[in-house]
Design a binder for this molecule. Sequence first.
Ligand code: PEP
Length: 251
Amino acid sequence: MRKPFIAGNWKMNTDAAGAAALASGLVKALAEVTTVDVAVCPPFVYLQTVAKALDGSAIQLGAQDVYFQNNGAFTGEISCAMLKDVCCKYVIVGHSERRHIIGESDELINKKAAAVIASGLHVILCVGELLEEREAGKTKTVVAEQVKKGLAGVTAEQMKSVTIAYEPVWAIGTGRNATPEQAQEVHAMIRGLLAELYGNAVAGQTRIQYGGSAKPANTAELMANPDVDGLLVGGASLKVEDFAAMVKTVA
Ligand code: PEP
């Protein structure tokens, strides 16, 4: 069975005191939860502050992005080694805001995913279609391409270090989540694709999160789908009560 996995993506939010308070609040609120894997992904500059607040708890630390080189003249970038050094376990790669605002390509995202896996960290590879792509009936083609390109060169063995997050771009931060049926349809397609690429065992073990306006009120219905194994949560992860309620609903 796949253990549910809920991750909070804090994006470019909080400040040092707020990040510490949010992390400490979650540690307290989720102290009894053992049946769900939980991670939070604060901005880079607050990783160490949050690591301290999470110390001794089951909540894991994640980063929102990474660069694929180990070190050197890459001004402004952060490496996997640096993330490991500050106790990260997970790294989000290919978030739609990086694809569509910053302009990251599938090729760059693939290099980042490969670097994360090679470093011993666990990658959360985000994929998802734009509204116009959905309306043009291209959702499955677009998402399948992003999964294939993002995982190019990743072996079946390395898939243990991969979570896929299906995040329809039109649902992110809009308050309009995919319906449970829409989510399940794409998740099932992704799992089928993983079976083609890596076999049934890997497809059966890989967790596929849903992301896009997930909140306490829609957590149960989204998570009731057989191929929805967790959530990647943006806005609702910034409030202890909301994020904790979502985790507890799943637990
Ligand atoms: C996200 O940023 O990954 C996300 C899903 O955001 P929100 O939950 O705010 O839609």
